[in-house]
Write a protein that binds this ligand. Sequence first.
Ligand SMILES: [Fe+2]
Length: 292
Amino acid sequence: MYIELVECADSEFSGRRFLLEADSDLRSILASSAESVLVNPTKSEIDCELHAGAKPDDDATLRDAEARTRIRHAVSQASATLRTGFDDIKTGKFDIARFAPVARSITASVLLSPHILAEVTRLKTKDEGTYVHSLAVSGLMTGLGQLLDLGNETTRELTIAGLLHDLGKLLIPNAILNKGGQLTDAERRMVRSHPERGYLLLKQHPEVSDLILDICRFHHEALDGSGYPLGLRGDRLSLPVRISTVCDVFDALTSVRPYKRAWTSTEALKWMFERGHLFDRRLVLRLGSLLN
Ligand SMILES: [Fe+2]
């Protein structure tokens, strides 16, 4: 199998990308302090799923097909509910409880199968783009919250924060958000104002927690301080904020855009891992293990 990444500071394999052929190399990795590895199935010469012991049989294929149908249905219902919830916010009615059923259906889909949820949310039309992107980010954040054992309350907040993180886009004209070509400087400034706009909108409601406010405001910040709106550096970015950044960018990279094809999960994870100055590498690897 082709190894893209080995998560380990002191292993001889750390930082190397290579085709794992020798049993002795496999034993060395297993014996090292490596916590996880990212395998690139498209460059591997064997069927990684078979090799890993996840032997697909008819039952498993059927279960996957059923999960896919169920999740597709849940995503289309959740997307419609989200649209109504966002329309209400536009007219000044905000009720965080409205998002509870959507959060429950996302959590259920993550528990059922995170990789199928990610696959289904990748197929979004332009019209429902923001809603389905919010569902996808919410699902990925929920999965990471569970994987990192952050506890039910924090994980639930991550789910809601994922649904609301791009709320500020409601206040940006669709003609700018959906513009195919290059944005003017003024348009770019307008798009980049969405985290602050969403934050100011949510801040008016005392029932919205600090974790949700922070994610809404800071999900476009980067570890080296090159993000926006405030250019905060990594030590000022909380774990929930760093989780939101990784999930947000991953969903953007793996989705079709007018100017690009959808990247595969492996391409997106690798691209992000190579930019450790922007993203928390540990979280990039955790996301990879969630979806594999
Ligand atoms: Fe955003």
